[in-house]
Design a binder for this molecule. Structure first.
Ligand SMILES: *Cc1c(COP(=O)(O)O)cnc(C)c1O
Length: 452
């Protein structure tokens, strides 16, 4: 199937793709529009999209569509292509593995690359203790398995998640996820024994980390009881909920309480992991050592792979055959992960994430000086967000946020919104993007803000 007629050639993706924003048609152009019309006929309506294009190549900091429009990528496919799309090391590793074997099922006949990925995760995740890893296909599946493991280890059932948390779209992870629309509405009943407490949202709750932790712990003790609690699960920096960075002291107080009470502390680093925040894992920023860490998104540059990594004695609680899945730790996904991890460790990507964070924070801060609708700018590394508010009341301004995001999309900038109140624009550029494109993306955003 060709997306472009034979007379035109589709350039290869990866870093050799021309690094420009170039809009040659309305968005969507005619070729994309035709494909999107077929999508509307063939694909379930629940599978929505935010950028009205059909992609033919991507790399560096751009995404190329079927009409030749070259778009600035400030989303990385939701924090996935952190090493860059079609990264040469990843593409070569995937091609080589696909020519060797594509699947055996690791539970039937194992292979080395899965063990390599497990060893890498055991080594790279925070905590100087014996660790083990199990691999899965998606972030939600990793979260489900972390909960299974914590329940088996503790012999307890209850799980605590937090306001504004996001953990996926499967039944158990819908229960863990806070936001109803669009993630949960109409899809219940949800898994039992999941409880939600407030976390730390300094911009809106005005509490110190210690105060927010006391509030959460008191609720847990009074309403659930430590003796019933298997696990506490939290994103060190909340992703879909609005890139909420907890106040200093919050996470370590919760970790300490979990340790004192035999509760498994799970850090969901599906979005924050793998250099995204300017550290290999966001837990490092807060100086915490989670008992279990879930990973996915950035781990394998877009190949479906996820992991649960943590204390060996907890990971080994599940009986033989209790964990796994047909595809979990697929050899092509493992090959991609090993290539991506090589790039994270050896190509300066952690430093690059820090530089991107500094550039974004500075540019957005300058805009905010003259525009109080930018209520809060927060995040770490290449995971930065702006919370838009009514300048007078400080109330969340979802209408402004979606108008600005829409204007950026129309001008060829892939931009994502998030937040419980729909009033946050988040920046998750690939770490392979250049400063020119980043600056141009912010220029487009600034112009859209002036018009809005
Ligand atoms: C995206 C995400 C998930 C779910 O991952 P999927 O691969 O979409 O199932 C879970 N937790 C967090 C923090 C996420 O950002």
């Amino acid at each position: 199937m060709t997306l472009i007629d034979e007379t035109s050639t589709i350039p290869a993706g990866g870093p050799t793709l021309e690094q420009v924003r170039r809009i040659v048609t309305e968005l969507p152009g005619p070729r994309s529009a035709a494909i999107l019309a077929r999508k509307a006929e063939a694909v379930a309506a629940g599978v929505a999209h935010s950028m009205p294009v059909s992609v033919v190549a991507a790399g560096g900091g751009v995404v190329l569509d079927a009409d030749g429009n070259s778009l600035i990528d400030l989303g990385s496919g939701i924090a996935v292509t952190s090493v860059g799309n079609a990264h040469p090391k990843v593409a070569a590793a995937v091609a080589a593995q696909a020519a060797q074997f594509t699947h055996t099922c690791f539970m039937v006949s194992p292979y080395e690359s899965y063990v390599d990925v497990a060893e890498a995760l055991n080594r790279l995740t925070p905590g100087d203790f014996a660790k083990k890893t199990a691999l899965f296909n998606s972030g939600a599946e990793a979260v489900e398995n972390a909960i299974k493991i914590a329940r088996k280890h503790t012999g307890r059932q209850a799980v605590v998640a937090f306001d504004h948390g996001y953990h996926g779209r499967t039944n158990l992870t819908m229960a863990l996820t806070a936001k109803s629309m669009p993630y949960k509405a109409g899809f219940g009943p949800f898994a039992p024994e999941v409880y939600r407490v407030p976390g730390s949202y300094p911009y809106r709750d005005g509490l110190t980390g210690a105060e927010a932790a006391t509030r959460a712990i008191t609720l847990i003790e009074k309403q659930i009881g430590a003796d019933s609690l298997a696990a506490v699960i939290i994103e060190p920096i909340q992703g879909e909920g609005g890139f909420i960075v907890p106040a200093d002291g919050f996470l370590d107080a919760v970790v300490a309480w979990c340790r004192d009470n035999g509760v498994v502390f799970i850090a969901d680093e599906v979005q924050t992991g793998f250099a995204r925040t300017g550290s290999m894992f966001a837990s490092e920023i807060f100086g915490i050592e989670p008992d279990l860490i879930t990973t996915a998104k950035g781990i394998a540059a877009g190949l479906p792979l996820a992991g649960v990594t943590g204390r060996a004695e907890i990971m080994d609680a599940a009986h033989a055959g209790g964990l796994g899945g047909t595809y979990g730790g697929n050899p092509i996904a493992c090959a991609a992960a090993l290539a991506a991890i090589d790039a994270f460790e050896n190509d300066g990507l952690i430093e690059r994430a820090q530089q991107i964070g500094a550039l974004l924070t500075e540019r957005l801060g300058a805009i905010r000086e003259n525009d109080p609708r930018l209520g809060d700018i927060r995040g770490h590394g290449a995971m930065i967000a702006v919370e838009f508010v009514d300048a007078e009341t400080g109330a969340p301004d979802a209408a402004l946020t979606s108008a600005v995001a829409k204007a950026c999309v129309a001008e060829g900038v892939i931009i994502l919104t998030c937040g419980t109140f729909g009033n946050v624009i988040r920046f998750l550029p690939p770490l392979s993007i250049g400063d020119d494109l980043l600056n141009e993306g912010i220029d487009v955003l600034a112009a859209a803000l002036e018009r809005a």
